[in-house]
Design a protein around this ligand. Structure first.
Ligand SMILES: [Zn+2]
Length: 341
């Protein structure tokens, strides 16, 4: 595989689960998307690791559960000469210049703060820079795109965020934790966009017009992200990229079957979503959010973090300039992170 010329920032992976399962990601590991050799081969300069808290975690255990995952991320970031824990855009730039691999911590699912702004603050002290507000289920203060039933906040007029949810967004603005709207309902997306003083992100979501998953972003959302200086990271899950795969996957009750296996999902679909998002929202709004090690199926040839040079070649074959590729691969997120201090 030829080496790519652009460094990559990947806004989302679930590889902390590999670490928690005791896998040694410092060397080539079996059955994973992300390990140090793959990150190096793919030219990754910054990998965001999400401390993901499942929706069925008991509320009084969610904070300590997220902290255990943050411990694992932190230990990994200090376990290899190529790796470096990264908190700011300046650190990310330095790591990229030194040809090292930065590791940034995120929390996925606001359940982890156990309805406490002090706990949110504790995450910031642990260098967390991104929090995905919700996951598959509604929280008492924020609605999920896939939550069952209707979101009925006890204290609010809104269908997206409760009054406490608004305070969470205010606190994130003050602390410097970027709200991540992947998984959020449409109403929560608009509520957060209105509330946040700084640009927001959807770290791992694709374009709804190309693939009608509830996890994807509609055109007006993409446009609003672009207009407000935020960004969306393209997810590599086949069921968010390919409409045919999505229909088969959902018909198979969200599992992989012979039926889903028969659907061809070429990696050019990733470039199709990037194209579409650039056209709707502008080249300053698009980034990468692989969701590696959290997705049950990826397009053919998407082997893991080592695959980015193939994506770069595909974008070049579509006439993308070096400048545009550089923005999508790393520049856009560095710009947003800088705005968050
Ligand atoms: Zn996710």
């Amino acid at each position: 595989m030829s080496k790519g010329s652009h460094k990559v920032i990947d806004l989302h992976c679930d590889s902390v689960d590999s670490l928690m399962a005791g896998k040694d990601l410092r060397k080539a590991a079996a059955g994973v998307h992300v390990d140090v050799p793959r990150l190096a081969a793919g030219g990754v300069g910054l990998q965001v690791f999400a401390a993901y808290v499942p929706a069925d975690t008991k509320e009084n255990e969610a904070f300590s559960y997220a902290n255990k995952k943050l411990d694992a991320i932190d230990a990994f970031a200090r376990s290899h000469e190529l790796l470096f824990p990264v908190e700011s855009a300046a650190e990310a730039r330095a790591v990229i210049t030194e040809k090292k691999i930065g590791i940034m911590a995120a929390v996925e699912n606001g359940l982890a703060i156990e309805n406490s702004l002090e706990k949110l603050q504790a995450f910031r002290r642990r260098k967390v820079r991104i929090m995905t507000l919700v996951h598959f289920q509604h929280l008492p203060w924020a609605a999920s795109s896939t939550g069952s039933g209707t979101f009925t906040p006890p204290d609010s007029h809104s269908k997206g965020l409760s009054v406490f949810g608004e305070r969470v967004i205010d606190a994130m603005n003050d602390l410097g934790i970027i709200p991540d709207l992947s998984h959020a309902s449409d109403a929560a997306f608009w509520d957060v966009l209105r509330r946040s003083k700084k640009p927001i992100i959807a770290s791992h979501s694709c374009a709804y017009s190309l693939c009608a998953s509830k996890r994807n972003l509609k055109d007006d959302q993409l446009k609003a992200l672009g207009d407000s200086g935020g960004l969306a990271g393209v997810n590599f899950f086949s069921a968010f990229l390919s409409e045919t795969f999505r229909l088969s996957y959902e018909k198979s009750n969200y599992s992989l079957t012979n039926d889903t296996a028969s659907v061809q999902v070429p990696l050019t679909l990733i470039a199709d979503h990037i194209d579409y998002m650039v056209n709707i929202a502008g080249e300053d709004c698009v980034a990468l959010g692989s969701d590696f090690d959290g997705i049950p199926a990826a397009p053919e040839g998407v082997t893991g973090s080592d695959f980015y040079p193939v994506l770069e070649a595909e974008l070049k074959s579509r006439g993308y300039t070096e400048k545009r590729i550089e923005k999508i691969f790393s520049g856009n997120f560095l710009r947003v992170l800088e705005e968050w201090g």
